[in-house]
Design a protein. Structure first.
Lengths: 112, 114
């Protein structure tokens, strides 16, 4: 079993839809949770960064962490074609200082 | 803005060749990382470094080595390239301390080994 599981999709939604992206994990030591966005043929860029449980909002993006369920989510409101990308969850904690464990990534397409 | 640059965007090499991939960051970050990214497997950590001349094996170090002679530069070396090393290679850096988990990535190098 992988430490971090992420549904690879692909996910296709119409413009304006609410998108929900999810990851589950097994390592209870994880405390730092990140979402990266990767456009085609580019490197990942940091989108959201959350420490421990709770919600964090940044514009149209909301990150949620539920440590009791070992489950994290990224919500995108009013999705746009420019949101079409691969979304990677990543997490870290415990003895793995600075090292990230990534999910496989979810391919999202928002069509006009 | 943090900038991480990689020496080549695309590279084609022959089996058995020695391959050097260079990464440079301009934000004085202590930590640097090399990953490979393959469809369905996500990002896998090859090697990382927390300081100059320091290196640690990641999850898949076999067939690779690294060099960090200067703080801003971290090189990945494929000693004898093989076809199963065809992949996208990504370099990242992060600061030390509380923000160590915030890694910044370069644009990647697509390597094809024939």
């Amino acid at each position: 079993q992988k430490e971090v599981e992420q549904d690879p999709g692909p996910l296709s939604v119409p413009e304006g839809a609410i998108v929900s992206l999810n990851c589950t994990y097994s390592n209870s030591a994880f405390q730092y949770f990140m979402w990266y966005r990767q456009y085609s043929r580019k490197g990942p860029e940091l989108l959201m960064y959350t420490y421990s449980s709770g919600n964090k909002e940044d514009g149209r993006f909301t990150a949620q962490v539920d440590k009791s369920s070992k489950y994290i989510s990224l919500f995108i409101r009013d999705s746009q074609p420019s949101d079409s990308a691969t979304y990677l969850c990543a997490m870290s904690g415990g003895t793995s200082y600075g090292k990230l464990t990534f999910g496989q990534g979810t391919i999202l397409t928002v069509h006009p | 803005d943090v900038k991480v640059t990689q020496s080549s965007r695309y590279l084609v090499k022959r089996t058995g060749e020695k391959v050097f991939l260079e990464c440079v960051q301009d934000m004085d970050h202590e930590n640097m990382f090399w990953y490979r990214q393959d469809p369905g497997l996500g990002l896998r950590l090859i090697y990382f470094s927390y300081d100059v001349k320091m290196k640690e094996k990641g999850d898949i170090p076999e067939g690779y080595s690294v060099s960090r002679e200067k703080k801003e530069r971290f090189s990945l070396i494929l000693e004898s390239a093989s076809t199963n090393q065809t992949s996208m290679y990504l370099c990242a850096s992060s600061p030390s301390g509380g923000a160590a988990e915030t890694q910044y990535f370069g644009p990647g190098t697509r390597l094809l080994v024939l």
